[in-house]
Design a protein around this ligand. Structure first.
Ligand SMILES: [Zn+2]
Length: 338
């Protein structure tokens, strides 16, 4: 049974964002399939005195030319759910965060006082579901207790001959639409996996809109919420980032490890300070890398556990949601000491 706090249907997202009164709801863009992608904002947008885009500012030797942020500037946090539309944990988590900010509790009635009390110190950009096309294609409302093979079918789909399209072969054809039998929920209606778009000339308007958002907002910290199947909660390493950013992300990673362990949530520490190309000659420049290069901010991929019926790790639905609230709280704490 799907817990009532598991808010991930497109209709639930629409209802939830329309009830927002403390924040502001808008449509960031529409998907390839013509579905609305909602953005909920909290906190005023500040003028950072932009004189140059981020690349040019770096060329001139200071990010201040792009965004001059004084000590009083509110950190800008971007939280993106549902880049892979079938990864419902993050969608549900963003909806629960919005619910908390609007009513004082999440959909379970649980308070998160630290997050609630400090939310006003940030500019929050919340995107519950970046890929509604993929979400619409998923025929179930939860992956909890779903057997592994069925999960693979829902996420990556099948090839034309009916065989399962597995990870990472699902990335070997892109866009995948013409090669697929059942188009998995990874992809938008054009068969594009937003994680691996062409970032210098985006194929998907969803990608273009997300990068434009991080660029114009001068985001300090972007987190994408993904579903990491039956693994422990973790952050995969992100390639093509400056060393200093990798080190800050490693520090955050360790902070999360402590916080999750303290809550009894299984967490794997993956090294973030990687040498690009050391493990594979083809380190991927993905959406997470790209977001950093629009704005200079930290940019990480959070991989949740999905509660599958599988041989790996299985968190309870409450633990899955709690792990996201640990993430939100630690994002806030990271900027508290600044
Ligand atoms: Zn994903």
């Amino acid at each position: 049974m799907v817990p009532s706090f598991w808010q991930s249907r497109l209709s639930e997202i629409e209802t939830g964002v329309r009830q927002v009164v403390k924040g502001q709801t808008s449509v960031l863009t529409t998907s390839a399939g013509g579905r609305s992608i909602y953005l909920v904002e909290y906190g005023e947008r500040e003028d950072f005195g932009r004189r140059a885009n981020y690349s040019s500012a770096c060329g001139a030797g200071s990010a201040d030319h792009y965004a001059r942020k004084g000590p009083d500037a509110k950190p800008v946090l971007l939280i993106v759910g549902g880049v892979h539309g079938g990864e419902l944990e993050g969608i549900s988590a963003v909806m629960n965060l919005i619910r908390l900010l609007e009513t004082g509790t999440d959909y379970r009635g649980v308070r998160h006082d630290y997050v609630l009390e400090r939310a006003g110190r940030f500019r929050l950009l919340l995107l519950p579901c970046m890929n509604p096309d993929g979400r619409a294609r998923l025929p179930v409302d939860s992956l909890l207790d779903v057997p592994y093979e069925e999960f693979v079918y829902y996420m990556q789909g099948s090839w034309k001959d009916g065989s399962l399209c597995r990870w990472p072969d699902c990335k070997a054809v892109h866009p995948i639409k013409e090669a697929s039998g059942f188009l998995g929920s990874y992809f938008n209606d054009d068969g594009i996996n937003l994680m691996h778009d062409n970032f210098f000339a985006p194929m998907a308007r969803e990608t273009a809109a997300l990068l434009a958002l991080s660029e114009r907002e001068a985001v300090d910290f972007a987190v994408q919420l993904h579903g990491g199947a039956d693994t422990e909660v973790h952050f995969p390493a992100i390639h093509y980032l400056p060393q200093a950013v990798k080190e800050r992300q490693m520090a955050f990673n360790l902070r999360m490890a402590l916080a999750c362990t303290a809550r009894g949530i299984p967490f794997t520490v993956v090294d973030q300070v990687v040498v690009d190309g050391a493990k594979s000659p083809y380190p991927s420049f993905n959406l997470t890398s790209a977001i950093h290069h629009t704005c200079g901010g930290m940019s990480m991929t959070f991989e949740s556990n999905m509660g599958l019926d599988s041989t790996g790790v299985k968190l309870t639905p409450d633990q899955v949601l709690d792990s996201h609230f640990v993430l939100f709280e630690e994002m806030f704490r990271t900027f508290e000491a600044r």
